[in-house]
Design a protein around this ligand. Structure first.
Ligand code: DIR
Ligand code: MN
Ligand code: MN
Length: 309
């Protein structure tokens, strides 16, 4: 099995610099080597880059770097669509979360071409369901889910050929939702498991139910992993920490169960800001979590209740 790594040093979707260093920090933490040791053939294609842009005007005065984010979306959509056809599991190393507008729309196009439905597991403190009109921060990393599901308000973005139905997205870890996102998120029909739901039910029940849906539909599954899904006590290197996030074991369990399911077909690792890290601990944790997703385990398990039949 081959996984292909594409670096996307995007930081124009946020107002805090540092995500540009994300791909380098994940390579420094040994992510490619960890996957090689697990028996994967790893192909690292290095980092993508966009040319200099001229500013695009917009009615929302808070908005910044619209032209750069539009260009990243276009580039990543094209690359994600083509790499998905060439490898078993592409990994997009971010970069801030605005990059998922490109990766998911590109994977959507690939899924449409091969005639399989795409599902997305969104692990994040935030639903990222703003539009360029509603964002108060002006940070476009708060908008990719609205873009990929085809919400109105993205005229300045590349036209979306294949919108992802909102009910094929499962969000976990949500604990910071802005007023403009809240109403529209409910209307759109996204499956949202906020931290209260996880406190009450744990991560396993909602995850297993979602994976059953993906398997029954013979779907592709894209995992979009925002560092701020994790509790800031274990993952400080992110610009928008929110207290009360997923624990070390909740996060590893999700990755282990995802591995056993065999369903994940693409991955974003986003929002790592190595400038805010403590001796690389967040980059190392992300690498270890990815290793769990790719099959690292403490013991061979006699039974694999979540495995494909
Ligand atoms: C906030 C933060 N909702 C915004 N979003 C983040 O700026 O729109 N998403 N950090 O992951
Ligand atoms: Mn996010
Ligand atoms: Mn977030």
């Amino acid at each position: 099995r081959t996984c292909t790594i594409l670096g996307a040093p995007v930081q124009t979707g946020t107002d805090q610099p540092g995500c540009v260093m994300g791909p380098a920090a994940l390579r420094t933490a040994g992510l490619p080597q960890a996957l090689t040791q697990l028996g994967w053939r790893v192909e690292d294609r290095g980092d993508l880059a966009i040319p200099a842009q001229t500013a695009l005007p917009h009615d929302n005065p808070a908005l910044h770097h619209l032209a750069e984010t539009r260009a990243w979306t276009e580039l990543l959509a094209a690359r994600a669509e083509s790499v998905a056809a060439e490898t078993d599991l592409p990994i997009f190393l971010g970069g801030d979360h605005s990059m998922s507008a490109g990766t998911i729309s590109g994977i959507s196009a690939h899924a449409a071409r091969i005639g399989r439905p795409l599902f997305v597991l969104w692990l994040d403190a935030h639903p990222d369901f703003h539009t360029p009109d509603t964002t108060e921060s002006g940070n476009l990393h708060g908008t990719p889910v609205a873009y990929v599901t085809g919400q109105p308000g993205f005229d300045a973005f590349p036209p979306l050929a294949h919108a992802l139905p909102a009910d094929r997205i499962c969000m976990m870890g949500i604990r910071s939702v802005d007023p403009a996102e809240r109403a529209r998120l409910g209307q759109a029909g996204v499956e949202v498991h906020d931290m209260r739901a996880i406190d009450e039910r744990g991560v396993l029940a909602p995850l297993s139910a979602f994976l059953d849906r993906v398997r029954a539909a013979d779907g592709l599954l894209h995992l979009s992993f925002d560092v701020d899904f994790l509790d800031p006590a274990i993952a400080p290197a992110v610009g928008t920490t929110v207290p009360g996030g997923a624990t070390f074991r909740e996060a590893h369990l999700i990755m282990e169960v995802l591995h056993d399911s065999g369903l994940v077909t693409s991955l974003d690792l986003v929002e790592l800001n190595p400038f805010l890290d403590e001796r690389g601990r967040t980059a190392t944790l992300l690498t270890d979590l990815t290793a769990s997703l790719f099959g690292r385990r403490v013991l061979d398990r006699p039974t694999r209740p979540h495995a494909q039949p």
